[in-house]
Ligand binder design. Structure first.
Ligand code: ZN
Ligand code: ZN
Length: 416
């Protein structure tokens, strides 16, 4: 852990458009100790970084990744084996950190073992939060069995071997979903993810379908409330977004087919949406070449049509939005592109909040990450220029990041 002193910084604090100039900021023990406009002393052993008026801002947060998704075809990932998937995770997490992402939330397939490897420094990467396995109903978006596969009624509890895979557990009925929730929380999951609607990659469910019953969703939400955490739900159609928000889901993933009424409802409920433009655009452009299954390719092209207008509906309604990408396989290199794609609808200030303070609030970590304030984790980026004027500075795979600090650790410092 480094003791660091930044001087002559312009600071974007994660929220306010008014960036104070000529600031001093001191980091020790992984935490921001002081921020002020008068010179701070540098205790012995402190590395002093002259910011030269560059913008110092909180590290970025990607709220929707899958570290182990080593291919675009989910059915192929299971067959690749654990070593291959882990190698992919190591590569994508290192790339994320180099792009300025100091926190990622693995919202399906992550586990304690990878968390431990990162925490112990075996692997370079961002702060790592994970949802564990995603809960899906039989025939839902987490059920990847081909239509030809016969049913296995012997395993009705669903928790083992009836269509689950490394990303999802199949659980049907209130008792089974409660048990699956408790199992994932027991294994350290930071939140619980459910499949709230049909999806693109799964073979047998239409995308417009609402998944899970009200009593099942409410039971999962209750378990999470008792654990002082929250539920995230994969939802494409407006109807699924609405009912999940109504039943207490905090983090809606995708929200691609949302309409104005539903966007207003979500805003009133105070729920968050994590759109994922990066994967939708990547699959439309490269899906065929990368071997994305044809039935899924048709589905992604269908949601693509509405993706950008959905973003605009969320903006008009004032929904709290978070940065997310959902990239699979080789498309992991598109992680910064989400900024560029969303820039068709949002201002740089709105985009910066989505990737810092609003994301932190959704993660129930406001004041700890996504902000620059005394007592917050020292997750910092020093940007060459003003990202509030040019969001492209954050969309260049880290090329315009002069320095990157994660948890007080100086990950990158470019020569002056
Ligand atoms: Zn999803
Ligand atoms: Zn996803």
């Amino acid at each position: 852990m480094h003791s660091l002193l930044f001087r002559n910084a312009r600071i974007f604090d994660g929220t306010s458009a008014d960036c104070a100039e000529g600031q001093w900021l001191r980091v020790a023990d992984g935490v921001i100790q002081e921020v002020c406009d008068t010179p701070l002393a540098a205790p012995e052993g402190t590395l002093v970084v002259d910011c030269g008026g560059r913008t110092l801002m909180p590290g970025l947060i990607d709220c929707h990744v899958h570290a182990f998704a080593s291919d675009v075809a989910v059915a192929r990932i299971d067959a690749m084996g654990e070593a291959y998937r882990t190698a992919h995770a190591v590569r994508m997490l290192g790339h994320a950190l180099d792009c300025g992402f100091t926190t990622v939330r693995d919202i399906g397939g992550g586990n304690h073992s990878l968390w431990r490897a990162l925490a112990d420094g075996l692997v370079r990467g961002p702060r790592y939060l994970y949802a564990g396995k995603i809960l899906s109903m039989t025939g839902g978006h987490g059920d990847f069995r081909p239509i030809e596969e016969p049913a296995r009624y012997g395993a009705l509890c669903g928790c083992a071997g009836s269509g689950g895979n490394m990303f999802a557990v199949i659980a049907d009925g209130v008792d089974a979903v409660i048990r699956a929730t408790r199992e994932e929380l027991r294994q350290g999951a930071h939140c619980i993810k459910i499949m709230g609607s049909g999806g693109v990659a799964s073979p047998t469910d239409p995308i417009w379908m609402n998944q899970y019953r009200e009593d099942e969703i409410r039971a999962i939400v209750n378990e999470c409330v008792e654990r002082r955490t929250y539920v995230s739900a994969h939802c494409h159609p407006a109807s699924a977004v609405r009912r999940c928000a109504e039943f207490g889901v905090r983090s809606i993933e995708h929200g691609t087919l949302i309409d104005d009424d539903t966007a207003h409802f979500v805003a009133e409920r105070g729920a968050f949406i994590v759109p994922t433009m990066a994967i939708i655009f990547a699959l439309v452009e490269q899906g065929r070449a990368l071997g994305f299954p044809p039935q899924s390719q048709a589905k992604v092209e269908q949601v693509f049509e509405q993706a950008i207008s959905g973003l605009d509906a969320m903006r008009r309604a004032g929904v709290k939005l978070c940065y997310g990408t959902d990239l699979l396989g080789k498309t992991y290199t598109d992680q910064c592109r989400e900024f560029t794609l969303r820039a068709r609808v949002f201002t740089p200030l709105e985009l910066l909040r989505q990737a810092t303070s609003t994301a932190a609030e959704m993660l129930m970590m406001a004041g700890q990450i996504g902000c620059i304030a005394p007592g917050a984790q020292a997750d910092l980026l020093l940007v060459d220029g003003d990202p509030l004027a040019d969001i492209g500075l954050l969309a260049a795979d880290g090329r315009h990041l002069h320095a990157i600090v994660r948890g007080g650790e100086l990950v990158k410092l470019a020569p002056d």
